[in-house]
Design a protein around this ligand. Structure first.
Ligand code: ATP
Ligand code: MG
Length: 204
């Protein structure tokens, strides 16, 4: 295989809303693998999330833009929110591979997402399109996580990269719960995102 000139990280998520845990993880992986860009891809119609009350995709996209503005190496892609069908990561990767021909793709996932990967669509094909990076996430048992990585590597005859990320015990679920009851969400998300949530009265 021809070696690519650059490395790009792809970080998918519902980002409902995007928070400092996402940003810190992306930055840690970017640095660990010398990525020249990290692309945040807010999901359109995620097959995994059956929660009915997901914030409008345009809001989730806008918040991702606000959160990443101050980092020249972070970008947000509308590729999934522009599609009407269910968004499968493997299809998104194919589209992005076309767009970023000169790049080697690193798919960044938190430990919880990675442990779920076997339930994803066309996993074999996915491993052929990118390098998968699993990042630690608070609440995950490291030993269990390593076992899970090992199992997945054997099953798909692939190599999964593994990064330890500074632990930020933040989740979008917790932020939504806090916003709903009027509790503080300061310092869990970028200030611009906090203002946006109040301005549009999200999660009330
Ligand atoms: P929700 O609570 O709604 O599921 P979330 O905080 O898990 O939200 P997602 O949009 O589901 O955020 O996650 C996108 C990606 O970011 C996933 O790969 C997830 O594992 C990872 N991730 C989310 N929060 C953290 C965190 N605090 N540390 C490391 N990785 C995280
Ligand atoms: Mg999640």
């Amino acid at each position: 295989m021809k070696t690519a000139a650059y490395r790009i990280g792809i970080m998918g998520g519902t980002f409902d809303p995007i928070h400092n845990g996402h940003l810190a993880m992306a930055e840690a992986v970017r640095e660990a693998f010398g990525l020249s860009k990290v692309l945040f891809v807010p999901s359109g119609n995620p097959p995994h999330k059956r929660r009915t009350e997901i914030a409008d995709k345009q809001h989730r996209y806008n918040m991702a833009i606000l959160a990443t503005n101050s980092n020249a190496m972070f970008e947000v892609s509308p590729v999934e929110i522009e599609r009407e069908q269910l968004s499968y990561t493997v299809d998104t990767l194919k589209i992005l591979k076309e767009k970023y021909r000169n790049y080697e793709i690193f798919l960044i996932m938190g430990a919880d997402a990675l442990c779920d990967i076997e339930s994803w669509s066309r996993v074999d094909e996915l491993f052929g399109l990118c390098r998968v990076v699993g990042a630690t996430r608070p609440g995950i048992d490291i030993e269990e996580f390593k076992k899970e990585i090992d199992k997945t590597q054997k099953k798909y005859n692939t190599q999964i990269l593994h990064v330890h990320v500074p632990s930020l015990d933040i989740s979008s679920t917790d932020i939504r719960v806090r916003a709903k009851k009027g509790a503080s969400i300061k310092y869990l998300i970028p200030e611009e995102v906090e203002k946006y949530i109040y301005k549009y009265e999200l999660y009330r």
